[in-house]
Design a protein around this ligand. Structure first.
Ligand SMILES: CC(C)(COP(=O)(O)OP(=O)(O)OC[C@H]1O[C@@H](n2cnc3c(N)ncnc32)[C@H](O)[C@@H]1OP(=O)(O)O)[C@@H](O)C(=O)NCCC(=O)NCCS
Length: 159
């Protein structure tokens, strides 16, 4: 298993996986291309030695308030519940911490019904700070979650 930066050559595979998981809510290929070029972190998780396969990725941006914003995290459904989401998030948070001392916080929005993701974020000490009604164009609500990045060290030591 390998976690490395997503490159433009990965765009088709990333787009396919995004569509498979998020269907009509998926980011477009055009947006994903822009994100490869501009994100703070856009990491892929690959398995396999000879025949490598991208089974997940994570995208973190710098937002206009100079916060790190986790805008996308997914693992191919075939591989859920095997610890891959945990390892990808943990790697991204560690790299984020190493990258710059500028980011004191990381935020994200998650659908209030998305229990697997909420549990995963809570495992890392993310806290729900607000419920945003009708956040999604479908009318569904989201939680705004936040993690104080100083707590990463604590999680790593305990894990
Ligand atoms: C959220 C997601 C990335 C988790 O990936 P994963 O590889 O299955 O996660 P892990 O195996 O590392 O599990 C981590 C934790 O998540 C929680 N979790 C995962 N699947 C769960 C489920 N079906 N129900 C409840 N909790 C779940 C658990 O707390 C788990 O910790 P534990 O194994 O110690 O109990 C994955 O479900 C996914 O890709 N979902 C679709 C895309 C998505 O919704 N992304 C989030 C957008 S905000």
């Amino acid at each position: 298993m390998k976690i490395t930066a997503v490159k433009l050559k990965d765009l088709n595979k990333i787009t396919k996986l995004e569509k498979k998981i998020f269907r009509k809510n998926a980011f477009s290929k055009k947006l994903l291309k822009k994100l490869i070029l501009t994100s703070l972190l856009f990491l892929k998780l690959e398995i396999g030695v000879i025949k490598k396969k991208i089974i997940g990725f994570i995208i973190i941006l710098k937002d206009k308030n100079n916060r790190a914003n986790l805008i996308n995290l997914l693992i191919d459904s075939k591989y859920h519940k095997n610890g891959f989401g945990t390892i990808l998030l943990k790697t991204a948070l560690t790299r984020l911490e190493n990258k710059s001392m500028v980011f004191k916080k990381i935020i994200l929005n998650v659908n209030v019904e998305n229990l697997p993701a909420i549990r995963l974020y809570e495992k890392f000490n993310f806290k729900i700070i607000e419920k945003i009604e009708h956040y999604y164009y479908t009318g569904e609500d989201a939680y705004l979650m936040e993690l104080n990045l100083r707590k990463i060290q604590k999680f790593n030591q305990g894990a």
